[in-house]
Design a protein. Structure first.
Length: 309
């Protein structure tokens, strides 16, 4: 698979006077882990629903795997695994029975391979030991994993996940992250929404930021957090270092200076040559949080920066 996997143009959804999604152009490419970041209520779920043909846009177009949605949904959606808010399951049935039902009810699931595929996806999401247990007794995290198992049943080319780590404990979050990265390494394009900046920063190769229905930023994470051309120096003799470096010092904060120049070794040589001890040198890079804050005043504090462990 190559090229564009999700493309929307001017995608909009209004609910009465509320523009939940306000003219967005998503650009997701094969091989991406695309992090769709936005505060609660910014329009992520509505967008995801439009990608899957569950909600009709008010205006604009959606293409998934090169085909228009909802028109070509029957052809495209069997190649897409999806997990959207609060996956539903029958509580009185086992995990295996639930997966068997959803495989049988959707298009394209071969009965011959069903049992093997179910066993495989339960193992993948860490539910291998509890496949026979009734879902009624599952924790929220286990239900979330079961939903993810359902999304993986057809070995999709594209996974679309709305807040996939909601309700998981730190260990569960870690496991899902590893699983998504593994799937991505073996060729699955992953589109996931989250309100957690740290989660997106740890997972995504490409980032889109939604703020009150509008896209305020979309680019590769590596580009967004590329070195700024400055070096951060830690030295116990900051005053002396400032004298040596003169107007190359862009800012100073205690023992830490930001110095113009993208070769730490060169900065080190200048300082050490002048007898200034250096404790640390790093290339300065903006964090995703800083980039998001700069792109949309007000949106950065609505997106949760808290660590996704
Ligand atoms: N069916 C609906 N009818 C009316 N308004 C809606 C409907 N669905 C969503 N909205 C509104 O659209 C806006 C975007 O909601 P949406 O659920 O897409 O956001 P979100 O980013 O997914 O947030 P969350 O993470 O809280 O689900 C909100 O103001 C919401 O109240």
């Amino acid at each position: 698979m190559s090229g564009t996997v999700i493309a929307t143009h001017g995608l909009r959804k209004s609910f009465g006077a509320v523009r939940a999604v306000d003219g967005i152009d998503l650009d997701v490419r094969a091989g991406d882990v695309y992090g769709f970041l936005g505060a609660n209520g910014s329009g992520k779920t509505t967008t995801v629903r439009m990608l899957l043909g569950l909600v009709l846009p008010t205006a604009g177009t959606v293409e998934v795997l090169g085909r228009p949605i909802p028109k070509a949904g029957r052809e495209v959606l069997p190649r897409v695994g999806a997990l959207i808010e609060g996956p539903a399951a029958y509580g009185h049935l086992s995990a295996t029975a639930n997966l068997s039902l959803s495989d049988a009810s959707g298009p394209g699931g071969s009965r011959r391979t069903r049992k093997a595929r179910i066993g495989e996806v339960l193992d993948q999401v860490g539910l291998g030991g509890v496949g026979k247990r009734a879902v009624r007794g599952f924790s929220l995290g286990m239900r979330q994993r079961l939903g993810l198992a359902g999304a993986l049943l057809r070995r999709p080319d594209l996974l679309v996940l709305d807040e996939p780590t909601n309700g998981l404990d730190p260990q569960g979050i870690h496991e899902i992250r590893e699983l998504l990265l593994d799937l991505n390494r073996t060729g699955t394009t992953v589109f996931l929404s989250s309100h957690l900046l740290a989660e997106i920063e740890q997972l995504a190769t490409r980032v889109g930021v939604l703020d009150r229905g509008r896209m305020v930023l979309q680019d590769d994470l590596a580009t967004l957090t590329a070195p700024t051309g400055a070096t951060v120096v830690d030295t116990p003799r900051a005053a002396q270092a400032r004298e040596v470096l003169g107007d190359r010092v862009l800012s100073a904060d205690g023992d830490r200076l930001v110095v113009r120049g993208s070769e730490p070794a060169e900065v080190n040589a200048v300082l050490v040559g002048a007898g200034v001890p250096v404790h640390g040198l790093t290339l300065q890079r903006p964090t995703l949080e800083e980039v998001v804050l700069a792109a949309a005043a007000g949106s950065g504090d609505r997106v949760q920066a808290g660590a996704a462990s």
